[in-house]
Design a protein around this ligand. Structure first.
Ligand code: HOC
Length: 390
């Protein structure tokens, strides 16, 4: 019964017991020993709030803008593949729930539903972004981008953390028998069916993609913004800003690619510092370079920590799959309402009536990066990251 679902974790618990094995294994798997997948979640537990008191929090407003587009909260639906492994209607369920709750959906390249189907399922004026795997066949990529622009997509999120598929052993144990259809995989790509769903849909990926391709992608994108999704170091965030991208997502692909890659939230402070030091975060006369984070977010408190440290918004992935797979549209709406309730309560408790009140000094990150051998170059120094009394 949906009324017994009190948190995003609850959806996962139900999904584990009710989803078919292929779907569950594909959605829930992480790379190798799943260390990064777990770290995505536990990293948030090493950040502590520094709540403020005696502020009038009668009214709390957690609405925001992501890349210039309104969102009811600093959360968007990030791209996840093969929605029909969990629900017969697939990703259009998420499109409808995104509209119902005023948030933005990122359309996945490797969705079960076709791209146009997801655009058609959107309400008039509903903002959608597109996640893109760049195909080795550049003319195909160009066509996809141009088509997306014509259909009103506002931003392209280029996945950059997957020159090759990570090894997800749980997924590999289930043979893929479904239909790998999506607008990207149609057209005769070889589909390998003997080692998991991910292997079956990833054969077209282009490992030669490099910084040299950014001008081409920007040119194809026209008015659409370009975001690099899967940045895992401050150096690459700086390069992205220098090469004219509009933002980055600090992401490790839900812990599904390189195991022991860092959680996005753990590198957020150094990314903010590096961009700030070079004047790239708020470039004069230009829109702010936006930093988003995804992976492991299960609570509004996680989101508020990311916002405090300088993220515009966070992407949520698996919880949407689990709520959709267990209770369909109602489940996804219930999940979004849980998040909204959590925002309202926790913003009151930290003393922040609006998101602009959620500032770096509201969190203590001294335990975020536990100094270990081989990881000493960027010990977090709170004072130098966020100076001047903020
Ligand atoms: C190398 C291509 O995002 C997943 C999806 C699809 C992966 C394709 C990776 O399973 O994480």
């Amino acid at each position: 019964d949906l009324s017994e679902i009190l948190s995003l974790h609850d959806f996962e618990a139900v999904a584990r017991h009710t989803m078919n094995r292929r779907g569950w294994n594909y959605y829930s798997s992480g790379a190798d020993d799943e260390i990064t997948m777990r770290e995505n979640n536990t990293a948030y537990q090493r950040i502590w709030f520094r709540p403020r008191i005696l502020r009038d929090v009668t009214k709390v407003d957690f609405s925001t803008e992501i890349l210039g587009h309104k969102s009811s909260m600093p959360v968007y639906i990030t791209a996840t593949a093969l929605g029909k492994l969990g629900h017969p209607e697939g990703e259009v369920v998420l499109t409808r729930a995104a509209h119902e709750h005023g948030i933005i959906q990122m359309i996945p390249t490797l969705a079960s539903c076709g791209f146009d189907e997801m655009v058609d399922a959107a309400a008039p004026g509903q903002v959608q972004f597109l996640q893109l795997y760049v195909n080795a066949d550049k003319s195909r990529t160009k066509k996809i981008i141009e088509h997306a622009g014509k259909r009103g997509v506002k931003a392209l999120f280029i996945t950059v953390d997957a020159p090759q598929l990570g090894r997800r052993e749980k997924d590999m144990r289930t043979k893929f028998e479904g239909n790998a259809s999506s607008h990207q995989t149609k057209g005769g790509d070889k589909v390998q069916r003997d080692a998991g769903a991910a292997r079956a849909i990833s054969s077209f990926i282009d490992p030669s993609l490099s910084w040299k391709d950014i001008p081409f992608l920007k040119e194809c994108a026209g008015d659409m913004k370009i975001i690099l999704k899967g940045v895992q170091s401050w150096e690459d965030a700086v390069l992205a800003a220098e090469r004219g991208c509009d933002g980055v997502v600090l992401s490790n692909h839900g812990g599904r690619q390189l195991d022991t890659a860092p959680a996005g939230i753990t590198i957020l402070p150094e990314v903010v510092a590096a961009l700030n030091q070079r004047g790239l975060l708020v470039p004069p006369g230009k829109p702010r370079f936006e930093i988003m984070v995804d992976g492991g977010v299960r609570r509004a408190t996680d989101v508020l920590k990311a916002v405090a440290l300088g993220a515009t918004a966070v992407g949520v992935g698996r919880p949407f799959l689990y709520s959709m797979s267990t209770y369909g549209f109602e489940g996804v709406c219930h999940m979004l309402q849980i998040l909204k309730d959590e925002f309202e309560m926790n913003m009151r408790l930290i003393g922040a009536p609006t998101l602009t009140d959620v500032v770096p000094s509201m969190v203590d990150i001294s335990a975020l990066k536990v100094p270990t051998v081989g990881n000493t170059m960027f010990g977090v120094n709170y004072e130098t990251m966020y100076p001047a009394g903020v």
